[in-house]
Design a protein around this ligand. Structure first.
Ligand SMILES: *Cc1c(COP(=O)(O)O)cnc(C)c1O
Length: 420
């Protein structure tokens, strides 16, 4: 756990009984770590009146985790009907929910408008006439195109499908106002897993500059800017952590300048996922096979269905072996692989690890965001259970493993032939 060594200290002494009780594989999350990160974020931004994090539900869409976020005062960033329902089932109120979808369907807009609606974050001007009921509070997602560079996960803004272009912004706000919106925000999300705070400060400055010119052009006031998610965590040992205090200080200066010129400042919102939970989860899996051909392969009892990031993005996830230190010399270089019939089903490629035998417990680090949630059932591989290591020292099952019955459920339906 490059960022969360405390989690390791809390988990390691209890790992054996947890494995014996629940069986592998499972993701386990650390309530204490999640709360510490949430409180640190709030404290770093305490000088910002109305600062709010809207947790990106897609990172870890488990009700028990969302309740922890809620108890810290955070809202929810949702991008689907399922995520809206998850949030509302927990009692989230309209302004606790930001609906940031892309390529949105009318059906999604309809569900977003239910139960008093939510803050609607529009991804395109063509959607304005398609929104069945324009809510009072609306923002647009801004895509600066060539005005900014992105990063490798989210890509160059010019090639990114998200957001409205620079010269569409005025038309967007005008159109939303004409359809009844009366309160406004401005949103963007340009990077993913960014550990350089200065980029995030530039993003806040970019949004405030736009707010200033749109407000004066249209005579509307802005309630908030939302800098999106994308705050990074160190996946590799030795990587720097994002300095949120420096980030808050940098943004504070930008907001102060805005306030001096305009006599007010909008609220600052963000919608982090990875930063909030990424370091506070691990995938625990057992070694079940060892194969020596041109390379040595360590086969484990989970696969991409539990964690897509290495296969999908070539992402690094640190791996440790329970009870075996990684003193150099006894290490060997292996690929750690799952059982899926795809050659990118590898948790690690040519990684130096302690010699692993069948039955060893491997801990794949930093799986608390976009881990379990991104899993799929290709090849009939099922998603594992999720556990929560609670602050009171107990462990709770917070999602059972997917079963074969779940997998076969979509094959139970009424016949529906079409005679042509
Ligand atoms: C995925 C996503 C996030 C969260 O991204 P992280 O990298 O986990 O912080 C936030 N906002 C939107 C719109 C997203 O799509």
């Amino acid at each position: 756990m490059p960022q969360s060594n405390d989690f390791e200290a809390r988990l390691t002494p209890h790992l054996q009984p947890i494995v014996e009780h629940y069986g592998t594989p499972f993701h386990i999350y650390d309530e204490t770590g999640i709360r510490a990160t949430g409180e640190a974020l709030k404290s770093a931004f305490s000088a910002f009146d109305g600062f709010r994090e809207y947790f990106a539900v897609k990172a870890l869409p488990n009700p028990r985790i969302l309740q922890i976020m809620q108890s810290m005062g955070f809202g929810f960033d949702c991008s689907s009907i399922a995520e809206l329902r998850l949030s509302r089932q927990l009692g989230a109120q309209p302004e606790d929910i930001m609906f940031t979808s892309t390529n949105t369907s009318v059906n999604e807009f309809q569900v977003a408008a239910e139960a008093g609606g939510c803050i609607l974050n529009l991804d395109d001007i063509s959607l304005i006439p398609k929104v069945p009921r324009m809510p009072e509070l609306v923002c647009f997602r801004y895509n600066p195109g060539p005005r900014r560079t992105g990063n490798h996960i989210i890509g160059n803004p010019v090639e990114s499908k998200y957001g409205v272009s620079h010269d569409q912004l005025l038309e967007g706000y005008r159109g939303a106002r004409d359809r009844g919106a009366s309160r406004f925000g401005l949103h963007t999300m340009l990077v993913s897993n960014e550990r350089d705070q200065s980029y995030m400060v530039e993003t806040a400055e970019m949004l405030l500059d736009l707010v200033e010119s749109i407000a004066s052009e249209l005579g509307i006031a802005f309630e908030f800017i939302n800098i999106g998610g994308g705050l990074g965590i160190p996946y590799q040992p030795g990587e720097n952590t994002l300095d949120i205090t420096a980030m808050a200080d940098g943004m504070d200066a930008v907001f102060r300048r805005f306030r001096d010129r305009n006599g007010y400042a909008p609220k600052l919102y963000m919608e982090s996922g990875r930063y909030m939970t990424g370091p506070h989860g691990v995938l625990v899996t057992s070694a079940i096979n060892r194969k020596d051909i041109y390379r040595t392969y360590i086969g484990v009892d989970s696969c991409m269905s539990a964690l897509m990031r290495p296969g999908m993005y070539g992402a690094y996830h640190h791996i440790t072996v329970n009870g075996k230190g990684d003193e150099q010399g006894e290490n060997e270089t292996v690929d750690v692989v799952g059982s899926l019939c795809e050659n990118n089903d590898k948790f690690a490629i040519q990684r130096s690890l302690p010699a692993i035998e069948d039955g060893d417990i491997l801990i794949i680090h930093d799986t608390g965001a976009h881990g379990h949630a991104m899993g799929f059932t290709y090849n009939g591989k099922l998603r594992p259970k999720e556990l929560l290591l609670k602050s009171d020292g107990t462990v709770e099952l917070i999602r059972r493993a997917e079963s074969l019955d779940d997998y076969f459920r979509t094959l139970e339906f009424e016949p529906d032939p079409l005679l042509l």
